[in-house]
Design a protein around this ligand. Sequence first.
Ligand SMILES: Nc1ncnc2c1ncn2[C@@H]1O[C@H](COP(=O)(O)OP(=O)(O)OP(=O)(O)O)[C@@H](O)[C@H]1O
Ligand SMILES: [Mg+2]
Length: 149
Amino acid sequence: MEYKITTKNEEETIEIAQNIESEKFPNMVICLRGDLGTGKTVFTKGIAQALGISEVITSPTFNIIKEYDGELPLYHMDVYRLDGKVDDLGLDEYYKKGGIVVIEWADMIEDYLPEERLDISIKAVDEDVRVLKITPHGEKYEEICEAVL
Ligand SMILES: Nc1ncnc2c1ncn2[C@@H]1O[C@H](COP(=O)(O)OP(=O)(O)OP(=O)(O)O)[C@@H](O)[C@H]1O
Ligand SMILES: [Mg+2]
């Protein structure tokens, strides 16, 4: 199963992220893929809004993982600079901490992703248009997508 959604501006991408209702699904893992500047951090902002986080979301490129307090905690990761050095990050711990995990550049750490997860790849069509391809892995994520998308 795969959902394709086209957004025409940043706000529409944020809206799609909010529609996923991550606030209802502790331990949700969302894996974002897409070139530089396609909207992975914008999408994460939508997740943060759904969680009632008012803090500004910035790309955690230099710290790899940023934590935000919300209705559920948000663990925002950007693994672009990791170079495969993932072992000491303790990623598995984050997957079951009861929060929401969002990973930018998830394709960089393919072997460390949980089997059950929501994959979202973003492609830029032009300056403002993006195509989001949303692929649920596992029954739980399939049900979530069926219900909200
Ligand atoms: N439809 C759209 N959806 C999302 N962002 C859009 C859209 N149209 C234009 N944009 C712009 O694209 C940019 C996306 O930036 P963002 O930081 O989210 O990208 P990113 O994928 O996280 O990049 P990086 O790989 O550097 O972390 C923003 O400036 C945003 O305003
Ligand atoms: Mg980013």
